[in-house]
Design a protein around this ligand. Sequence first.
Ligand code: AMP
Ligand code: MG
Length: 415
Amino acid sequence: MLLVGEAEAIVLNLVQPLGERDVEILDLLAAAGRILASPVAGKLDVPHWDNSAMDGYAVKYEDVKNASDSNPAVLEIKEEIPAGKQPQMTVQPGQAARIFTGSMMPLGADTVIMQEQTRRRDNLVEILVAPPAPGDFVRHRGEFYQAMTPLLQPGVRLAAADIAVLASAQATEVPVFRRPRVAIFSTGDELVGAGEPIGPGQLVDSNQYALAIAATAAGCEAVRLGIVKDDKRVLQEAMDRALKAADVVISTGGVSVGEYDYVEEIILNLGGTIHITSVAIKPGKPLTVATFPQKELPKAPPKLYFGLPGNPVSTLVTFWRFVAPALKKLSGLTSGWGPLFVPARTRQDLRTGGQRETYLWGKIHPSDTGWEFELAAGSHSSGNLINLAQTTGLAVVPVGQKAIAAGETVRVLLV
Ligand code: AMP
Ligand code: MG
């Protein structure tokens, strides 16, 4: 049985991120949430014109460098330049142009005086404060960005600010990685789909939903293949189909030591290599990780297979701990795919058996002194899905430790 850290290292090592052949060009809105695949260069300097950073007056520094409240520089206003208009005149000595934030600077002017430091008399303006240097409150062309230099580095997820940056630089065709495809199926003779009538001994396949949504949240396209019976032939067909349909396959159930747990046997039948069979984690001990070479495409990276335990809590905990980082790494993110832990003060006593690294679910709350962890009330059995609702953090009790007292600090995995 592997330690959690060992299993994590093996999983992440098996992941070969998407590459050149997985790039598609999308327009700006469609690219949101995707991972940038190559550097993008903008077509425009930013700002694209010298412009004013203030509402005020565009002046020659020479005219105003000695101005003060008792001895104002008096300038004649020759033009008003609203945002979006091209100035028509050149500012001469003794002259100023009325200007607004974002308006283009007129020729002849090198400095902007903010409105609050002036007094207006008809078409004259009195400058009451000398600017510290020429260029004050002028945003110069190319000051923030020069056209055709790299704007964003590859491997980052494109969020609102990134898309805005690309838009402002007229970089409207964005090379991004396609979303990894993740095929999901549930094994178990006892399972019925949500909304279907439930017979004696049956239960609803909730894992299908949990995984489809969690995989989508990790940036993937989920392909749901439904419920598969505990029958070797049926299972083998389903696994084969799943491997053909996706980059990664996630199944649940059938990985324990019971009579009907066939997943590992079928993996080997289909030519897969098993790298992990169990991990010292609670919940989630029976975790199977395998790879399948792509026979038709020998240079292509092998497909990844995760056989997660069937208990609904074990399914999600092992997904959050091992699968989500792997999917994010696969998607082309160059950083930030690792699981995110924060130290938090636990509000309740945390108790475990001490044999395996234990994940207790609950909520994480901000407080003036840092994060606090609130343990979910009720049973922390891996079969109890119900109190997993609204989970935002998993408190981690290390191997060998049996309790963490209320008020002490615990490491919490954010989910
Ligand atoms: P297994 O790992 O197949 O032995 O299943 C362990 C437990 O999880 C059993 O009680 C199953 O009924 C339950 N279970 C298995 N698969 C699912 C599923 N897809 N949705 C909800 N519960 C499941
Ligand atoms: Mg089963």
